[in-house]
Design a protein around this ligand. Sequence first.
Ligand SMILES: [Zn+2]
Length: 175
Amino acid sequence: MPLLQYRPSLLEVRTGKVKFIILHHTRCMYPQETLKIDNAKYQTPFLSKAVMEGKQSDINYNFIVEQIEQDVQVMLARPFVYKCEFKDIPNDINNHAVHVAMLGSYDYKIPSKRFYETLAYRCLNPLVRLFHINVDRIKFHSEVSTNKELTCPGIFVDETVITAQVRRYIIKASM
Ligand SMILES: [Zn+2]
């Protein structure tokens, strides 16, 4: 598969402090069949392919969470100093947002316990700690979108499980 060319000059640097984490499934941007269901195969290269086909500058999420073989992996997609482009998200939120996408469509699949744990431990919890984000500001795309039809990140994703997992990995630093 050809490699995505990096063109950071075409990307916009985020100017606001990070205050929100927005959760997606990749179905919201990339409807390709190869990305429809997260299976055990490594599918992130198909995202790069979709970006190239769409003549876009980079994957429109900062992180991708994907099941590969028996485990779940978190990958950096668009470096998080750059803004992602969502016309349906008000700029006062998007300018302060990091975008995390679960590969596939969770309108068709239920996330596993391991999926939730890895998402929380390897991605959301470090972002919460690094940027001092309130756990209540981990939002679903559908919650912050002006498009009320949107189901992103999918009808089978449970926000209370996500926030409970993130809180589980918050360890108070001992001095
Ligand atoms: Zn989305």
